[in-house]
Design a protein around this ligand. Structure first.
Ligand SMILES: Nc1ncnc2c1ncn2[C@@H]1O[C@H](COP(=O)(O)OP(=O)(O)OP(=O)(O)O)[C@@H](O)[C@H]1O
Length: 559
């Protein structure tokens, strides 16, 4: 309930007036429909009766009621059109804003790291969950409110004919209508939740199947994975079947409200006509009034079925809407330094043990530092800490603005220029060419028919491994951070390309500091200082002229 309230508050905060106007128009549409049917019933009956004698036929005014009926018909159409435009526009723009808020909450350096472990989650939150929330107002709250207003209006009209009948019909419609909707919502809650889970599982399985097809084929796992996707699909079909059954029964129950209420009222009306309290036209008016008043309840059917899914979506999304995890903002280091870590202990989110323990490190402005050590020692974790992706649980972290080139720098399905401008949105073409030149990619790009406008596939498809690395490097050089963090920058590249990239980096960095996590000699060779990290602690710290520097360098890979 709390989650629903938070989501509702977001709706109201963004588009209160439009949502209220949408509700008003929906209520007017329903009331116009009720009035149209009941006045028409009265009019047809009254006209028929008036036609029985010529005196009555001459005295009967057909014009005013028929003009009223025409007005109601036109008004209902216009109000319905207005309601659709206003309420859908308001809902869609609230959801668009919500998507942006969510995306911003996910797009912090800290969240990015957690999301890298389950990217499908972000996709599902931004698509399926946000889409599900459009039902909260459009298919749940609005139809419920409209149904209530319709019954109250009907009760008011009926009260002029018979007070007790009015109360009985009102209580019946409200009691039975909302009970059917509530029972449907409760019964559909579990299958609606299962359906959401099965849909996510199916999508996840299919993405795995498609993206990992080669590896799955090589390991003989493709049949098993296909089977997993097929059983997720079967679960989805089974929950769809259950939901369809509930929907059919609910639809039947809600549709039965009108004949039941109308049937009951007919007996009362027959009695009233017989006693001469009302005439036949009045009875037709009242009967059609009640039949029309039951109609808005059928609009609750889909909302009731979706209520479970809406609740799941609200529970998942509300915490992100309520409080956004702030970006980690580090203190600035003292003048002349870019990194100053003092007795820092840090662990990955949810990890049992700390990766870095009581670690202290200072890097001066303009310095190039190589960070070596066995696999799993904590080099990438230290980079992530400096880049603000993970938070220190104790100690002091003071670092300058840093840009990180990870082992898997992401290239996007965009143009070459678009990929580069991520680092500096306002960069001119000349600046892009200069960065490409510095990274050794300018010649290759010049030879492409579309040059900077060349479209890259997802992950930089269309470029070789070396070219992708050079493009990532060009992008890194376009950032204006005083500290560049490079995590194994030439891993998986041949020695010649790797050496060329390191040489270009040394030239193009200007007065920026570099921190390079590495296992390879040629990457470490450009450094002024070598730091060895073991089990999350610094075990060696050697300047270029120290004997230890050469010793550590000699233990690195030469290839
Ligand atoms: N997201 C994560 N969540 C939990 N633990 C992690 C995460 N990433 C890394 N670790 C753990 O932290 C430790 C240090 O990993 P890290 O990637 O920093 O090592 P590394 O020195 O960079 O290794 P390599 O040279 O192989 O890249 C490892 O034990 C690893 O299992």
């Amino acid at each position: 309930m709390k989650a629903l309230l938070i989501v509702l508050k977001t709706f109201l905060a963004e588009k209160r007036l439009m949502l209220a106007l949408g509700f008003l128009l929906a209520a007017l549409t329903a009331l116009a429909g009720i009035a149209l049917l009941s006045v028409s019933g009265w009019f047809i009956t009254a006209t028929a009766l008036a036609g029985l004698t010529s005196a009555a036929a001459l005295a009967f005014d057909v014009f005013a009621p028929s003009a009223g009926i025409r007005f109601l018909a036109l008004f209902r159409t216009a109000a319905r059109y207005g309601e659709r435009v206003v309420s859908h526009d308001a809902t869609l723009s609230v959801l668009a804003g919500m998507r942006e808020t969510l995306f911003r909450a996910f797009a912090t350096a800290r969240e990015a790291r957690a999301l890298a472990l389950s990217p499908a989650r972000l996709l599902f939150r931004l698509t399926l969950d946000v889409d599900a929330l459009d039902g909260l107002y459009l298919r749940l709250l609005m139809p419920a409110g409209v149904a209530l207003v319709s019954v109250l209006f009907t009760m008011l009209c009926l009260a002029f004919i018979d007070g007790w009948a009015s109360i009985a019909i009102g209580l019946f419609l409200i009691g039975a209508g909302f009970t059917i909707a509530t029972v449907a919502a409760l019964r559909a809650q579990k299958p609606a939740r299962f359906r959401a889970a099965a849909l996510e599982a199916l999508r996840g399985q299919v993405i795995n199947l498609v993206s990992g097809a080669t590896d799955l084929l090589m390991t003989g796992q493709i049949a098993a994975r296909r089977q997993a996707a097929t059983s997720a699909e079967a679960r989805l079909a089974a929950t769809d079947d259950r939901l369809n059954r509930i929907e059919t029964i609910t639809g039947f129950g809600l549709a039965a409200l009108a004949p039941l209420a109308g049937g009951g009222l007919l007996l009362v009306l027959a009695l009233l006509v017989e006693r001469g309290v009302i005439g036949a036209p009045g009875a037709a008016f009242a009967l059609l009034l009640v039949l029309a008043a039951a109609e808005p309840f059928t609009g609750l059917r889909r909302g009731a079925l979706e209520a479970g899914r809406i609740l799941v979506a609200a529970r998942r999304i509300a915490p992100r809407l309520a409080a956004t995890a702030p970006e980690i903002i580090h203190q600035s280091p003292p003048e002349g330094e870019v990194v100053r870590l003092t007795n820092v202990t840090a662990r990955h989110a949810g990890a049992a043990r700390a990766v870095l323990t009581d670690l202290s490190l200072t890097i001066t402005a303009g310095e190039i530092v190589a960070l070596t050590g066995p696999s799993g020692a904590g080099k990438s974790t230290l980079m992530a800490l400096i880049a603000g992706e993970i938070i220190a649980e104790s100690g002091e972290v003071a670092v300058a603005r840093a840009s990180l080139l990870t082992q898997r720098a992401e290239l996007f399905a965009d143009t070459l220029a678009g990929n580069l401008r991520l680092a500096r949105p306002g960069a001119t073409d000349a600046e892009l060419w200069a960065a490409l030149e510095a990274a050794g990619l300018a010649e290759t790009v010049r030879a492409l028919p579309d040059g900077l406008a060349t479209w890259l596939g997802e992950g930089g498809a269309g470029l070789s491994g070396g070219e992708r690395r050079r493009l990532s490097l060009a992008r890194l050089l376009l950032t204006d951070c005083p500290l560049l963090l490079l995590d194994e920058p030439t891993e998986a590249l041949d020695l010649e390309t790797a050496r060329d990239i390191m040489a270009r980096l040394t030239l193009a960095r200007g007065d920026r500091s570099l921190l390079i996590a590495t296992h390879r000699t040629h990457e470490a060779a450009i450094s002024d200082r070598m730091i060895v990290i073991e089990s999350g602690q610094i075990s060696g710290n050697f300047k270029r002229m120290d004997a230890g520097y050469g010793e550590v360098a000699s233990r690195l890979r030469k290839d």
